[in-house]
Every structure is written in structure tokens, then in C-alpha cells.
Write a protein of this length. Structure first.
Length: 263
């Protein structure tokens, strides 16, 4: 299937590893050019080099702290200066710390809000005008299964991922007449560094092994295994493609059936 991504320019946030990198690799293989960002410049440079070598895609990497508006503005300008446009925005950030409500000070909420919510708002605000001018655009937010079914001990993620979902659903209606789609993709337990960190945190708290913590998740998943980043990236590439032009305002899980709700 030709997804119609050849010649498109995609900005993928937090793309040096994990799900962000998997999405970037998938888009590159489909012929898109890439603007990638991450906080660690050395890791980002290696990622860009490897994607160029593997796919032949045009790729630039801009070290960025997604919680800082000034960094996001610099990222946007660099992408526009290099490619002249941004057709696709994939927002993505690392998950906030685990914890229960009474364990988290107000400062933790402020920090998490800047990272999980404000980064999405700021990046969208930057790319939207030129998408509307051209009459084509794709905005895809990588959130979490926590947006549909809260995960124990992740109150920051449960709350703020849901806020992004509400924003995206509302924005989708506002920009649909301009040929722009806005969707959310919800990763479940996927084999990434973030999931390993959560497993280690649970293991330390409860005096079990990380393997036992992962085993609990696998037992809850109908497919009885963790997902692979490439499986997630395949749907992401479709949702930002020409072929998905009539899908907007949707939140779609890639979770092996973990979410138990009907909708």
C-alpha cells in the first residue's frame, strides 16, 4: 500500500529512542523527510545517522527540551529553514514519574504539565498556520492507554494524557475544514526503556524482580506479551498518511487488547 508519504516532511518529537524512533524509522521508509528532536544531542545524532544510512531519507536532528517553549520555537524555525514546511507533526514525550497523589508535590504537577500538555499545545500552535495555508496536515499525539483506562500509580500520566485527548478531539473539529486531521495513538505495554523503568520501579517498591513485574502486565494482556515498537509505528505511519484522510478526532490503542472498555 502506497501511503502517499513520499516528499512529506514530518517533525517527530522525542525520536532518539523508543516509540518516537520507531515512528521516525517507519516514516523514513515510506519516503518522508524528518525533523527529529531529543534532549541528548549525542544520541540524537547517532539516531539521525542510522536512519539516513538505512533509508536514504533526508533527516535533521535538533537537540530540544520539550518542556521549554523557547526550545520548541527554535526547533520549528530550524525545520522550516531547512525544508520550508512541516506537513506532519508527531508529538511525543517521555512519561512522567510514577506515584500516588499524596506522594507528588505541586511542583511535580507543574513539571509534568509543561512536558505532557504544554509541549503538545506549543508545537501544534507553531505548525498549524502553515498547514492551514496549504490545506493539508497531520497531527498525531502519542499518548498512552492511561488516557482511556487509568493505570495504577500513574496519576500524572492518567490526568494529563486525558487532557491531551480532550484538546485533540476539540481541535480536530476546528481544523477539519482545512484538510488537517488530528488523532491520538495510545501505546500499551511496549518493549521500550520507559516500560523497563516502570518495571524496575515496581520491583524496587514491592521487593520483586523486574521480570515478575513484566509478567503481571503480560498476564493482563489478551495477547500475553508486550508489544514491539515497530507494531506501534505501523499504525502511526498510516494515521499520518494520505490514505487516512477521513480519520480524525480518534484515539486508537495499540495494546494487545489491554483496554477493556467498548469505546
Amino acid at each position: 500500500m502506497d501511503l502517499g508519504l513520499k516528499g512529506k516532511v514530518a517533525l517527530v518529537a522525542a525520536a532518539s529512542r523508543g516509540l518516537g524512533r520507531a515512528v521516525a524509522e517507519e516514516l523514513a521508509e515510506e519516503g518522508a523527510s524528518l525533523i527529529l528532536c531529543a534532549r541528548d544531542g549525542d544520541v540524537l545524532d547517532r539516531t539521525c545517522d542510522e536512519i539516513r544510512q538505512d533509508s536514504g531519507a533526508s533527516v535533521i536532528g535538533i537537540p530540544t527540551d520539550l518542556a521549554k517553549t523557547a526550545d520548541l520555537e527554535r526547533l520549528f524555525r530550524a525545520g522550516m529553514d531547512h525544508f520550508g514546511r512541516i506537513d506532519i507533526l508527531v508529538t511525543n514525550v517521555g512519561g512522567p514519574p510514577a506515584g500516588r497523589f499524596e506522594d507528588l508535590a505541586r511542583e511535580a504537577w507543574v513539571t509534568a504539565t509543561d512536558l505532557l500538555l504544554h509541549s503538545v499545545l506549543d508545537l501544534t500552535r507553531l505548525v498549524l498556520p502553515q498547514m492551514k495555508e496549504r490545506g493539508w496536515g497531520r497531527i498525531l499525539n502519542i499518548t498512552s492507554i492511561a488516557a482511556k483506562q487509568p493505570v495504577e500509580n500513574l496519576i500524572l500520566s492518567n490526568s494529563l494524557r486525558a487532557a491531551v485527548t480532550g484538546f485533540a478531539k476539540t481541535l480536530a473539529d476546528e481544523v477539519a475544514p482545512f484538510g488537517i486531521t488530528v488523532n491520538n495513538i495510545l501505546p500499551g505495554y511496549t518493549r521500550t526503556e520507559r516500560v523497563e523503568q516502570l518495571a524496575n520501579a515496581i520491583a524496587e517498591k514491592e521487593g520483586i524482580t523486574p521480570a515478575e513485574a513484566r509478567g503481571r502486565w503480560e498476564a493482563e494482556i489478551p495477547m500475553k506479551r508486550l508489544g514491539e515498537p515497530r507494531e506501534f509505528a505501523a499504525l502511526a505511519a498510516f494515521l499520518v498518511s494520505e490514505r487516512a484522510a477521513y480519520i480524525t478526532g480518534s484515539s486508537i490503542a495499540v495494546d494487545g487488547g489491554w483496554i477493556r472498555s467498548l469505546f
